[in-house]
Design a protein around this ligand. Structure first.
Ligand SMILES: [Zn+2]
Length: 69
């Protein structure tokens, strides 16, 4: 099973989706979006994709970032 790290078009957080899925629901804001219309930052094993997601989302912990609602 291959996975893809995709960036939510609404809240800009990354999450892991199955690479063969067409749609994905963001676990942070609940938005459902088409994977082929979203930015894919990594593709690979579950572990590789999880690490890419953590690395990407760690940017949101920097001072000055505020979530959009
Ligand atoms: Zn989202």
């Amino acid at each position: 099973m291959r996975y893809a790290a995709v960036v939510c078009p609404r809240c800009a957080r990354a999450s892991a989706a199955r690479a063969d899925a067409r749609r994905h629901q963001c676990p942070y804001c609940g938005t459902v979006f088409q994977i082929d219309q979203a930015a894919v930052i990594a593709v690979g094993s579950a572990r590789e994709v999880r690490e890419a997601v953590v690395r990407y989302n760690s940017n949101f912990l920097k001072p000055g970032w505020e979530p959009r609602r």
